[in-house]
Design a protein around this ligand. Structure first.
Ligand code: ZN
Ligand code: ZN
Length: 100
Protein backbone atom coordinates (compact mmCIF):
# COMPACT_ATOMS: atom_id res chain seq x y z
CA UNK A 1 0.00 0.00 0.00
CA UNK A 2 1.29 3.40 -0.92
CA UNK A 3 1.44 5.91 1.92
CA UNK A 4 0.54 9.34 0.69
CA UNK A 5 2.82 12.08 2.02
CA UNK A 6 -0.01 14.51 2.67
CA UNK A 7 -1.54 12.11 5.18
CA UNK A 8 1.63 11.70 7.23
CA UNK A 9 2.04 15.45 7.83
CA UNK A 10 0.75 18.71 6.50
CA UNK A 11 4.23 20.22 6.20
CA UNK A 12 5.30 17.82 3.48
CA UNK A 13 5.03 19.32 0.05
CA UNK A 14 3.79 17.51 -2.99
CA UNK A 15 5.94 18.09 -6.05
CA UNK A 16 4.87 18.15 -9.67
CA UNK A 17 6.94 15.53 -11.49
CA UNK A 18 6.60 17.45 -14.76
CA UNK A 19 7.86 20.91 -13.73
CA UNK A 20 9.04 20.54 -10.08
CA UNK A 21 6.55 23.07 -8.75
CA UNK A 22 5.59 22.25 -5.16
CA UNK A 23 2.14 22.21 -3.59
CA UNK A 24 0.83 21.96 -0.05
CA UNK A 25 -1.39 19.04 -0.93
CA UNK A 26 -2.34 16.52 -3.56
CA UNK A 27 -5.47 18.50 -4.42
CA UNK A 28 -3.40 21.52 -5.43
CA UNK A 29 -1.10 19.34 -7.50
CA UNK A 30 -4.02 17.65 -9.22
CA UNK A 31 -5.52 20.98 -10.12
CA UNK A 32 -2.15 22.19 -11.39
CA UNK A 33 -1.78 19.11 -13.64
CA UNK A 34 -5.26 19.65 -15.05
CA UNK A 35 -4.45 23.27 -15.89
CA UNK A 36 -0.75 23.17 -16.80
CA UNK A 37 -0.18 19.63 -18.04
CA UNK A 38 -3.40 18.57 -19.76
CA UNK A 39 -1.49 15.85 -21.61
CA UNK A 40 -1.11 14.06 -18.27
CA UNK A 41 -4.67 14.54 -17.08
CA UNK A 42 -5.06 10.77 -16.93
CA UNK A 43 -2.69 10.71 -13.93
CA UNK A 44 -5.14 12.78 -11.88
CA UNK A 45 -7.16 10.46 -9.70
CA UNK A 46 -9.73 12.87 -8.35
CA UNK A 47 -12.88 14.04 -10.06
CA UNK A 48 -12.34 16.65 -12.75
CA UNK A 49 -14.99 19.31 -13.27
CA UNK A 50 -15.15 20.46 -16.87
CA UNK A 51 -16.85 23.61 -18.04
CA UNK A 52 -19.53 22.85 -20.57
CA UNK A 53 -19.08 26.26 -22.21
CA UNK A 54 -15.28 26.36 -22.74
CA UNK A 55 -12.12 24.31 -22.15
CA UNK A 56 -11.79 25.21 -18.46
CA UNK A 57 -11.13 22.25 -16.17
CA UNK A 58 -10.49 22.01 -12.45
CA UNK A 59 -10.46 19.45 -9.68
CA UNK A 60 -12.28 21.86 -7.35
CA UNK A 61 -16.05 21.99 -7.35
CA UNK A 62 -15.94 25.50 -5.91
CA UNK A 63 -13.63 26.65 -8.72
CA UNK A 64 -15.95 25.49 -11.47
CA UNK A 65 -18.80 27.37 -9.77
CA UNK A 66 -16.73 30.53 -9.52
CA UNK A 67 -15.55 30.12 -13.08
CA UNK A 68 -19.15 29.86 -14.23
CA UNK A 69 -20.11 33.00 -12.34
CA UNK A 70 -17.20 35.00 -13.74
CA UNK A 71 -16.98 33.69 -17.30
CA UNK A 72 -20.50 32.49 -18.02
CA UNK A 73 -22.83 34.51 -15.81
CA UNK A 74 -25.77 33.69 -18.06
CA UNK A 75 -25.68 30.01 -17.09
CA UNK A 76 -24.32 30.51 -13.58
CA UNK A 77 -27.75 31.67 -12.48
CA UNK A 78 -28.71 28.01 -12.47
CA UNK A 79 -25.75 27.20 -10.23
CA UNK A 80 -26.74 30.01 -7.90
CA UNK A 81 -30.22 28.68 -7.53
CA UNK A 82 -28.97 25.22 -6.72
CA UNK A 83 -26.09 26.08 -4.42
CA UNK A 84 -26.35 29.69 -3.35
CA UNK A 85 -25.27 29.36 0.28
CA UNK A 86 -22.17 27.33 -0.53
CA UNK A 87 -21.07 29.66 -3.31
CA UNK A 88 -21.41 32.80 -1.22
CA UNK A 89 -19.58 31.30 1.74
CA UNK A 90 -16.71 30.11 -0.42
CA UNK A 91 -16.36 33.37 -2.31
CA UNK A 92 -15.21 34.90 0.96
CA UNK A 93 -12.37 32.41 1.30
CA UNK A 94 -11.33 32.13 -2.32
CA UNK A 95 -7.81 33.53 -1.79
CA UNK A 96 -6.19 30.13 -1.24
CA UNK A 97 -6.84 28.72 -4.67
CA UNK A 98 -5.96 31.96 -6.43
CA UNK A 99 -2.28 31.66 -5.37
CA UNK A 100 -1.59 28.81 -7.76
ZN1 ZN B 1 3.77 21.06 -13.22
ZN1 ZN C 1 -16.01 28.08 -19.08
Amino acid sequence: MIRHPEISGNRILTRCIYCNKTFKGKSGLDDHIVKRHPDFIASVSRKIHECTQCTYKTTYGRCIREHLMIKHPEISVIVFLVDVSTVIRRLKVNKDWMIT
